[in-house]
Ligand binder design. Structure first.
Ligand SMILES: NC(=O)c1ccc[n+]([C@@H]2O[C@H](COP(=O)([O-])OP(=O)(O)OC[C@H]3O[C@@H](n4cnc5c(N)ncnc54)[C@H](OP(=O)(O)O)[C@@H]3O)[C@@H](O)[C@H]2O)c1
Length: 301
């Protein structure tokens, strides 16, 4: 990859949880003046927080192509954080990739999904389509095929404590998740490093666990026994709907757990660790952090 000595780096979806962590990680080695945060609106709290860090904000809405080429003007490297609007993502990502290609962005890094090319997860389809668009674009690109965030499962710690049971349908499948911050650091390393164009990184945590082990670790943190109850996929999806999730999202989460049962969220290539130059965050640490936050909240009530 040929690139200017001081490339300007653009992060889309910068107000999201991953985006904010990427900006934070970039700021550890890059002056704020070289970072541009892509946002849908500039008047949100998250956008204001980013502006307070000294990074430039530009409107970049995946669904409004007219915002994208102007946003990417003068940008050398772009992180396309996959959209959270499932079902619309291929068209949205196409808009981003076409605009970036039109204005001559030198490198697109895309947050894909672990082994997106062969993954049985329903979520993989839009990532496969996006990867194909990138390949056809002619713009140099690098794939950050992110595994599961440990936070996805940590979000179920509160209900597990309320019911004394952690439910899922991943069976004995081993899950090599990592903390969102680990993936953010990897993205920052790729955006600030050299010779990443053309690479495909399969990113996952150093250690893997079953959901039974995850439930046991919640119990350790909370000082009481939490069992794991493995459900048929349809029953798990129904339980998620009863807990308030929309039908489609519940089905996707259950499908992902069913994929995990077949090993779709397992990886032992240690590529994330290599990119960030340190071990990934153990799932027990994410559980302990979540437990401490929940305990602090309940004692403040
Ligand atoms: N690997 C995993 O386990 C995992 C888990 C969940 C999600 N993901 C994927 O990883 C992405 C980042 O995760 P996250 O935790 O940061 O998700 P998040 O907190 O929901 O952030 C999603 C970001 O996408 C932005 N976005 C959505 N629609 C957009 C549009 N039309 N134009 C521009 N920006 C748009 C959001 O903007 P606003 O702030 O304006 O809403 C937000 O900044 C997700 O979007 C999803 O594709 C991966």
């Amino acid at each position: 990859m040929t690139s200017p000595a001081q490339p300007r780096i653009f992060v889309t979806g910068a107000t999201g949880q991953l985006g904010r962590l990427v900006i934070g990680a970039l700021l550890r080695s890059v002056p704020a003046t070289r970072i541009v945060a892509g946002v849908r609106r500039t008047d949100s709290d998250a956008a204001r927080d980013l502006a307070a860090l000294g990074v430039e904000l530009r409107i970049a809405d995946y669904s409004r192509p007219e915002t994208l080429a102007p946003a990417f003007a003068g940008v050398d490297r772009l992180l396309l954080i996959s959209s959270s609007e499932i079902g619309q993502r291929t068209a949205q990502h196409r808009n981003v990739i076409e605009a970036a290609t039109r204005v001559g962005v030198g490198l697109i890094a895309y947050t894909s999904l672990l082994r997106a090319d062969v993954s049985p997860l329903a979520l993989a389809q839009e990532h496969r389509e996006t990867e194909a668009i990138l390949r056809a674009s002619g713009t140099p690109f690098v794939l950050l095929r992110n595994g599961w965030y440990t936070e996805n499962y940590a979000a179920s710690i509160a209900p597990a404590l309320a019911h004394g049971v952690f439910i899922g349908c991943a069976g004995e499948g081993r899950i090599a998740s990592a903390a969102r911050a680990d993936y953010a650091e990897a993205a920052a390393a790729v955006l600030t490093g050299e010779d990443h164009a053309g690479r495909v990184y399969e990113l996952a945590g150093d250690d893997a666990y079953t959901l039974g082990q995850f439930a046991a670790a919640i119990g350790e943190a909370a000082g009481r026994k939490i069992d794991y109850q493995n459900l048929p996929e349809a029953d798990f999806a129904a339980a998620l709907v009863r807990a308030g999730l929309p039908d489609g999202f519940a089905a996707l989460l259950a499908d992902s757990d069913a994929g995990a049962a077949k090993g779709a969220l397992f990886d032992n290539g240690l590529q994330l660790r290599a990119l960030i130059g340190r071990p990934t965050t153990p799932y027990e640490v994410t559980i302990a952090q979540t437990w401490a936050t929940l305990a602090a909240l309940s004692s403040a009530e």
